[in-house]
Ligand binder design. Structure first.
Ligand SMILES: [Zn+2]
Length: 322
């Protein structure tokens, strides 16, 4: 375990003792139930987590955001909440409504909006410093972030995300596995794409963070052209970074929309608001009715609906490989 990962683990253990809100959040998580779904050859898990209802139903329109105190700004943090500084401008905090154990939030100290372009290098540096124990992830402002107005990343144990557990790395057996790694070039970074048709996921694996971030910026620029975000903001994406040996793996899920058409709190609706963790196979359903009632095909349809359509994904794929 890296020095930062060990410090973060120690922070989590101490905050459970000193911060009742985190202890309550952990109790709520320990009471969750889990159910496996199999879609498109991938194993994912539903988590019935009533404690996440606040996040899943969070109003993220500009008026609602402006009307509430920002829970990530340093001056609004509860007195019991402690953090670990990272690169001066960022800190590691414990998430009091965890989805996994431990679950860290990595906010910028300054109140600036969620922006992948701004956070890209930090995300890679966080992943490198936290090592392979943790995966660092980013929810776009319209793709699952409950604080779209405050720049933040998150980190959870990689071993507890179903998709990362099923991931094959380049060169192992090119014809098998959930990721189709592009052959024929030893130049880094390696590029791969998820085989499951419902899940558009592009991956890069490289040892040079400089090359990696340059390539990622190109890919995001292509995505902006192929699927313009409309309001001048960044392309709709979820993303993650994970240290694998001496390399870093970076994944982008391009999105089509924020929430599925069936989203809502009515009896005939489904309360599911996908973010990066859901797409990594840890699907959070705060209501029992959704947890028990959703068929595998319905979960697949919801994820497919909020992600970039296959035809556009293939256009993006060609641009990435050109
Ligand atoms: Zn803030």
């Amino acid at each position: 375990m890296t020095a930062l990962a060990a410090k973060a683990e120690a922070l989590w253990k101490s905050q459970i003792e000193t911060w009742p809100m985190l202890a309550d959040g952990l109790d709520a998580l320990l009471a969750c139930e889990y159910r496996t779904v199999l879609i498109g050859g991938l194993r994912m898990e539903l988590q019935w987590n009533p404690g996440r209802i606040i996040s899943v139903t969070a109003k993220v329109d500009p008026q609602s955001i402006a009307a509430r105190p920002c829970f990530l700004c340093p001056h609004n943090l509860p007195p019991e909440q402690e953090g670990i500084a990272f690169q001066n401008d960022w800190q590691v905090l414990c998430n009091p409504r965890p989805i996994l154990v431990p679950h860290f939030t990595l906010p910028l100290r300054e109140h600036l909006p969620q922006d992948l372009d701004f956070a890209l290098e930090t995300m890679l540096a966080f992943a490198e410093n936290l090592g392979e124990t943790f995966v660092v992830f980013y929810n776009g402002p319209q793709c699952g972030a409950s604080a779209p107005d405050h720049m933040h990343l998150q980190a959870v144990p990689a071993a507890q995300t179903p998709l990362l557990q099923q991931l094959n790395l380049p060169g192992l057996n090119p014809t098998e596995g959930v990721i189709d790694w592009i052959q024929g070039s030893n130049a880094e970074p390696h590029r791969g794409f998820a085989r499951a048709p419902f899940l558009p996921l592009a991956l890069w694996l490289g040892t040079s963070l400089t090359h990696l971030s340059a390539e990622l910026r190109h890919a995001l620029a292509y995505l902006r052209q192929i699927h313009p975000p409309g309001n001048g903001n960044e392309p709709l994406v979820n993303a993650f970074a994970w240290a694998v040996g001496d390399a870093c793996l970076f994944g982008i899920f391009p999105r089509a929309k924020h929430r599925p058409a069936c989203y809502g709190t009515g009896q005939a609706q489904v309360l599911l608001s996908p973010g990066t963790l859901d797409l990594l196979g840890r699907i959070v359903t705060p209501r029992q009715i959704d947890y028990q009632g959703l068929r595998d095909s319905e979960v697949e349809a919801i994820l497919q609906e909020v992600c970039l359509p296959r035809s556009l994904f293939q256009t993006w794929q060609q641009a990435i490989l050109a």
